[in-house]
Ligand binder design. Structure first.
Ligand code: BDR
Ligand code: CA
Length: 311
């Protein structure tokens, strides 16, 4: 398989970190555009730079929007990822450079430079992508694929707006812009994530066998793993890693359904919900290829290699 070329929009974040490790192990990474989400933009940018230091790569980092497009969010996810987004370990100041190009402009430039070659992987609230689309609505024509981690396709979300998933619920207007603008994207939702958690003991083994990447991930993941355990979530849940696996190798998908998906903007109890026309009643084009199952063994192998824990 030729190495895919990825452009990653991300809000690191513990599971973003694992996804970024995977991307650098299995693909060429054209850049990291950074969103606010899990924690504030200052932290997410710093965490991206810390990761680039760890990997010893020259991947460019572009800072994006510090706030959602329209409304202030109800909550961030510091209670899962730690106040700094990386488990409050207290890493030293990173050395990796931050470019002075805005994330939305970098998305446009890089897709102009490599038309039809880049897979856009969206692991964060969709603020930067929406802004890029408002500047240049032709962006989808220059992207090979768009893979989005977001949504909860049967309403089993993970936010205070019960059916909403975090990335969509944080900036529903941005998600609406993206879902309307891209004629086709692959959607890896929160519910698929729960179905593809890793066994705790097995994952511990990979962390022990792995290299400095495993040690790093182990150090940042404590807060998130404790939160998940306290809230009855089974195993090691890595939403962004699952989306990244699909982005790197779409042949790991074993079951998916194409449907029209729209974002609720106004609901009293449902703002940020992803509404799927499962019964195909509306006659709207099926914009989303909803990933339902992947080959778990192949997903696991991709994660092990990213942690330096190959068999
Ligand atoms: C998504 O929200 C964030 O907390 C994670 O990084 C992931 O992108 C899961 O709902
Ligand atoms: Ca994320």
């Amino acid at each position: 398989m030729t190495r895919p070329q990825l452009l990653i929009d991300t809000d690191p974040g513990v599971d973003d970190a694992l996804a970024i490790l995977m991307a650098h192990a299995h693909a060429d990474v054209a850049g990291l555009s950074i969103a606010a989400g899990n924690v504030g933009l200052g932290h997410t940018v710093r965490n991206a730079r810390t990761l680039v230091d760890l990997l010893g790569v020259a991947t460019p980092i572009f800072a994006g929007c510090a706030t959602p497009l329209v409304r202030a969010p109800d909550e961030d996810a510091a209670f899962v990822h730690g106040q700094d987004g990386f488990g409050d370990v207290g890493f030293p100041a990173p050395r990796a450079a931050l470019t002075d190009e805005a994330a939305a402009l970098a998305l446009l430039r890089l897709t102009h430079e490599r038309p039809g070659q880049l897979t856009l992987v969206a692991l964060a609230p969709l603020t930067n992508l929406a802004l890029a689309l408002r500047i240049d609505p032709c962006l989808p024509e220059r992207v090979a694929r768009l893979v989005i981690m977001g949504g909860a396709v049967t309403g089993h979300g993970n936010t205070g707006n019960v059916p909403a998933e975090f990335n969509i619920g944080f900036d529903p207007e941005a998600a609406h812009v993206v879902f309307e603008a891209f004629p086709q994207f692959e959607l890896v939702d929160w519910e698929a994530t729960l179905r593809h958690a890793f066994d705790d003991a097995e994952f511990e083994g990979w962390l022990k066998q792995g290299d400095e990447r495993a040690g790093f991930y182990d150090s940042i993941a404590g807060t998130a793993r404790a939160y998940n355990a306290q809230h009855g979530r089974r195993g090691v849940i890595a939403a962004d890693a699952l989306a990244m696996a699909v982005a790197i190798d779409p042949s790991i998908v074993t079951r998916s359904e194409k449907r029209a998906v729209a974002v609720e903007l106004d609901g009293r109890l449902t703002r940020g919900a992803t509404v799927v026309d499962w019964a195909k009643r509306l006659g709207r084009p099926a914009n989303a290829d909803i990933v339902l199952e992947v080959d778990q063994a192949r997903f696991a192998a991709m994660v092990r290699r990213a942690l330096g824990a190959q068999d």
